[in-house]
Design a binder for this molecule. Structure first.
Ligand code: DGJ
Length: 681
């Protein structure tokens, strides 16, 4: 069955994914519109879809709804997806269809403006194994024009009796707070104006009619593959329609040029509630976005929370020995190994080993890490410079700034402008040299501030593209290199970054109880195999909360387990317990990282082949109330499941219909790990 078919008589294209269909058609005036986004349709059924509703006759009707990219031409009053300022000042586009191509699952619709020489190509890419449809837009003008807005796509679910919007908000150390609320009639703007994806909002959304649950109901969702400023505008009309348009940049930015390609804004329709929507995203991200998702991510140790800026060869070696003892497979040296970096006030930009801290360079530490049987990883923040650095003294003009204006320092640092080729080249050269000259297997790419004093032009996108290009070149030249995306925790969690990194540092908040909410929000779209999570000290340095080692481990085991505590202060008993828990993680990690994730009440369940892993959590005890059984999900009702730890055998149907009481210890913030294996009949 073709992924894309064309009905020439009706001028409509039927896009078919395994379980869904999307139908795009042209109105009489050539405006491309969405005729259907929902259950799978046959060609006959798609042909029977009604033409988009015409104006009712009043001058004040709603217009523009259902369009694939909203313009400003004529009687359209919504938030425009596309605004091109042509010579003479007009910004509307009047569509003229000029042709299409279908190349397997890739449909391109070519359109022009009726007046000015500008081509707009709408791209749709489908793949046989996913319901996710990738969409993006390309602009080509004969002469440079000014782009005021150039979204990747507008998405139009069908009219629903009501609407609920799910999205993520947050802040530093509080990323990915899931919000679910009825969107107001009006426009709701989800955005980052910071030059990075941001901690405050994440570029995805889900829409349902207000009735979906984790397991049931229709959900429409979209996620943007971009790591700089972005904007998604959700418009709910008084007449009962809802649509959204989204892409890179934010209001006030303009781009000059003759050719533009937007990032991908991918979307999906799902009928199995939020959970099924998330699993469809996870599968798509693992199969089509992440570069090495089929690999199993190793357990790493990172020294940041243990030593902060007090980095030295001897202390790193001592930590490395303990990390190896606990079962870590990668040892990552974080900030403060370079230049004059002994605090956050100096050194960024001077990327050579600090001669006092590493008199023999990095090699003695790397060799020791390898001798201990681990791979070596290193932190870097390539886009940044401290004013107190040799780099800044030599190139004060390399930073993002506006002549004559103050240069706002955040964390005592300034942002290097990678949209300038000489600056990006410099960064690529030193990174390439560093990785070439040392046995570095893992790079943590950090970014600890946002843009300020940035010109409202091309650099906003150019900088992000240069970051992408450096990462792409590093990966191509060093195929063994694995990369962690980080931006003061999870400030660069998005599909664009995931396309060129292996995992994301989810948050600087490693408090296990807080992490449950951060991880809950993260997994709405992004897979557990990309979600880096560390076990650190108790009481937690950020929140002061005391939790058991097992609880901290069980929370971090829900993603890619790492260790980040000050192991020098851990007792022998704690180190032994940690080693046993790391061993347990190694047993379950394929199921966690590659299995299907189900969010249960107070637990997460992963299923891969015949194995089921459940990580269950209990908050502070309240009134000594007896626990409620935990109902599992998605099991084979006719199968039996053996508990690998107790030997107990459960019927699948009873595990889902009645549930089981997790074996929580009698404690606040208690947790349990349950490993089940489906019995062969
Ligand atoms: C922010 C990161 O999120 C931390 O893990 C750590 O790498 C610091 N930066 C270092 O400055």
């Amino acid at each position: 069955m073709s992924l894309v078919t064309f009905d020439a008589a009706r001028r409509r294209w039927l896009l078919s994914t395994p379980r869904t269909s999307y139908v795009v058609g042209l109105k009489d005036d050539d405006t491309p519109v969405c005729l259907h986004w929902g259950p799978r349709l046959s060609a006959d059924q798609a042909a029977a879809l009604p033409e988009p509703a015409a104006f009712m006759g009043s001058s004040f009707d709603e217009s523009g709804t259902g369009e694939e990219l909203l313009t400003e031409a004529g009687a359209r009053f919504g938030a425009a997806s596309l605004q091109i300022r042509f010579p003479g000042g007009d910004t509307g586009i009047e569509w003229r269809y000029t042709g299409h191509t279908i190349d397997a699952g890739h449909l391109t619709l070519r359109l022009r403006d009726r007046v000015h020489p500008a081509e707009v190509t709408l791209h749709y890419r489908l793949r046989p194994d996913t319901d996710v449809i990738e969409r993006w837009t390309e602009i080509a003008a004969e002469a440079p024009v000014t782009l005021l807005r150039c979204d990747s796509a507008a998405w139009n679910p069908p009219p629903l009796p009501g609407y609920r919007l799910s999205h993520a908000t947050g802040g530093w150390a509080a990323e990915n707070t899931l919000r679910r609320a009825e969107p107001p009639v009006g426009e709701t703007v989800l955005t980052s104006r910071r030059g990075i994806t941001s901690h405050q909002a994440n570029p995805w959304l889900m829409i349902d009619a207000g009735e979906a649950t984790e397991e049931h109901g229709e959900v429409w969702s979209a996620a943007l593959a971009w790591s700089g400023s972005w904007r998604i505008t959700v418009a709910r009309t008084p007449g009962g329609r809802l649509s959204w348009t989204g892409g890179f940049g934010h209001e006030g930015l303009t781009w000059q040029g003759a050719a533009w390609t937007t990032p991908v804004f991918a979307g999906l329709y799902s009928t199995g509630g939020y959970g099924a929507a998330s699993r469809t995203w996870h599968h798509y991200v693992n199969e089509h976005v992440r570069p090495a998702a089929r690999e199993t991510r190793p357990v790493l140790y990172n020294s940041w929370e243990a030593v902060g800026f007090e980095v030295g060869e001897e202390s790193q070696k001592r930590l490395a020995a303990l990390a190896a003892r606990a079962g870590a497979e990668v040892f990552v040296m974080d900030d403060a190994w370079f230049g004059g970096r002994t605090s956050d006030r100096a050194g960024l930009g001077d990327w050579w080993p600090n001669p006092e801290r590493f008199p023999g360079g990095l090699t003695p530490l790397i060799e020791e890490v390898h001798r201990l049987g681990m791979r070596f990883g290193l932190w870097a923040e390539p886009e940044m410079v401290n004013p107190d650095s040799d780099l800044y003294r030599a190139h004060p003009d390399w930073v993002i700034h506006q002549p004559g204006r103050e240069r706002t320092e955040l964390r005592h640092q300034l942002f290097l402008d990678f949209s300038r080729p000489e600056v990006a080249d410099w960064a690529h050269k030193w990174l390439h040299r560093l990785v070439s000259e040392h046995a570095i297997d893992f790079l943590k790419w950090d970014c600890n501030r946002t843009f300020t004093q940035a010109d409202p032009g091309e650099m906003w996108a150019g900088h992000v593209r240069a970051v992408y290009s450096i990462l792409d070149r590093l990966r191509a030249d060093h195929p063994h290199l694995r990369v962690e995306a980080c931006s003061g925790g999870g400030g660069r969690t998005d599909l664009g970054m995931m396309a060129r990194t292996d995992q994301v540092w989810t948050s600087d908040n490693a408090d296990a109880a807080d992490r449950l909410s951060i991880q809950h929000g993260f997994t709405q779209i992004y897979p557990a195999g990309a979600m880096a999570a560390w076990v650190t000290d108790s009481p937690n340095p950020l929140t002061g909360r005391r939790t058991s080692l097992a609880y901290r481990f069980h929370v971090a085991m829900a993603g890619v387990l790492g260790l980040g505590g000050d192991l020098l202060n851990w007792s022998e008993q704690e180190l032994d317990e940690a080693a046993a828990l790391v061993g347990m993680y190694k047993d379950i990690r394929d199921v966690v990282q590659h299995g299907e994730l189900r969010r249960l009440r107070g637990a997460v369940q992963y299923t891969l082949g015949d194995r089921v892993v459940v990580l269950a959590y209990k908050g502070p005890a309240a009134f000594g109330a007896p626990g409620v059984p935990l109902r599992l999900s998605g099991l084979d009702p006719d199968a039996r499941y053996r508990d690998e730890d107790t030997g107990a055998v459960h019927h699948g149907v009873l595990l889902t219909a009645r549930g089981l009481i997790p074996p929580f210890p009698h404690d606040d913030y208690a947790s349990a790990l349950i490993r089940l294996r489906k019995e062969q009949l």
